[in-house]
Design a binder for this molecule. Structure first.
Ligand SMILES: Nc1nc2c(c(CN[C@H]3C=C[C@H](O)[C@@H]3O)cn2[C@@H]2O[C@H](COP(=O)(O)O)[C@@H](O)[C@H]2O)c(=O)[nH]1
Length: 370
């Protein structure tokens, strides 16, 4: 038990002495990510949120989101994302978001890890989606937990093969994650991913808590100034991808989807800093410009991730303040998807045209969390 969770017996005694009843069992499930983000923000030194930048970003993002019609329906439009609204897609998304981390490389476009599929070379996040689609097309059941246990290391390394000399980053960790997760699914969920989804009973927060309680591979939490802070990036993006892929219906129907925050990876902070929503201290900015690695869990890295979550929460509130009609149209997931896609478009435009856009490099942390 982490030090910031009080002892249940002590709590019960305290409640009794104050004449309070037992904690209401019906309290809605809470991931505690947002409170972690606020705590990190309140205790950050090298990262802060620019209120003027947040205000102007709120109106420009709202404007662009209207024009681009950002909605869940665009999720399936991408050529690599699965289109079927069935159990196979649930398994695909679970597999994808179990492994959805750390694709960045210091090698150039020619030599970096990449996957050739459908006559295209895929890098970054899309290299993972291409790997899964390629495996399924080759008749390899890569989204079946039983395969994760039965397959040999060689078979799995072949599935994740690169079309360059650079292997997929953290490949050994990915293989261990598959095997560990499959064993837990076997032991606790009868080997079925669908059983995990159904046990969440249409609550996004309960689903995130289920994932982090049972599966260490999703337990993205870190010590910060004497407390445990929770980010749960891949657990949250898993909920968001299901919600989008199933157009908010069936396996994507969550009553409390608004509880999900942005997913603090290495792209969202990069975009928020370029929008002047996030401020980096000179020493942090210098490290990022030098592409110096930040260790997973070190203060600078936790501050970047926590402040990103809190910044988008403030951005979302500002959007609704400026445009009340936004309340029912946007949430942190749609803002997140917008920020990620825009960041990638800007980077691609810069590479193609050679124009130096006002984009710092993304921060370099090698970890299984994002
Ligand atoms: N916060 C956030 N992080 C996201 C995504 C996505 C892709 N989502 C698709 C689905 C719907 C959206 O419209 C996107 O088209 C990947 N990532 C993360 O970024 C990193 C990969 O970066 P790069 O190596 O440059 O591709 C890595 O940590 C990966 O986990 C997102 O949406 N939000």
């Amino acid at each position: 038990m982490s030090d910031d969770e009080a002892d249940p017996e002590l709590l019960a005694l305290l409640r009794q002495s104050l004449g309070l009843g037992p904690p209401s069992a019906s309290a809605p499930p809470n991931t505690r990510v947002l409170e972690s983000a606020e705590y990190v923000y309140d205790n950050s030194i090298d990262v802060s949120i620019v209120s003027g930048g947040t205000k102007s970003a709120a109106s420009s993002i709202w404007q662009t989101m209207q024009e681009k019609d950002i909605s869940t329906d665009t999720w399936s439009d991408h050529e690599l994302h699965p289109k079927a609204k069935n159990e196979g897609t649930v398994n695909f998304i679970f597999t994808m978001d179990l492994l959805n981390f750390s694709f960045w490389s210091e090698l150039d476009e020619e030599r970096r890890f990449q996957v050739e599929y459908r006559d295209k070379k895929w890098t970054g996040y899309w290299s993972l989606v291409a790997i899964l689609q390629r495996a399924l097309e080759e008749g390899t059941p890569i989204s079946s937990p039983s395969f994760w246990i039965d397959a040999s290391d060689e078979q799995l390394r072949h599935v994740f093969r690169s079309s360059t000399d650079e292997a997929m980053p953290l490949l050994d960790e990915r293989i261990s994650l598959l095997r560990e997760t499959a064993q837990i699914l076997e032991d606790c969920f009868d080997g079925s991913i669908l059983n995990v989804v159904n046990q969440a009973n249409k609550s996004a927060a309960a689903f995130v808590n289920l994932l982090v309680d049972y599966f260490p591979g999703f337990r993205d939490e870190h010590a910060f100034h004497g407390k445990t802070v929770r980010f749960y990036k891949r657990a949250q993006i898993l909920v968001a991808d299901l919600w989008a892929a199933f157009s908010r219906q069936d396996y994507g129907a969550f009553d409390d989807i608004g509880h999900i925050t942005i997913f603090p990876d290495y792209r969202i902070p990069q975009m928020l800093q370029s929008l002047n929503v996030l401020w980096y201290s000179p020493r942090l900015e210098a490290k990022i410009k030098r592409k110096e690695e930040l260790k997973s869990g070190e203060h600078l890295e936790v501050e970047i991730r926590g402040c990103s979550i809190w910044a988008v929460e403030l951005l979302r509130r500002e959007m609704i303040k400026q445009h009340p009609e936004a309340k029912d149209k946007i949430n942190s997931i749609l803002i997140d998807f917008f920020l990620y896609d825009t960041c990638k478009e800007r980077e691609a435009a810069a590479e193609k045209s050679g124009i130096k856009v006002d984009l710092l490099p993304h921060h370099r942390t090698r970890s299984i969390w994002y």
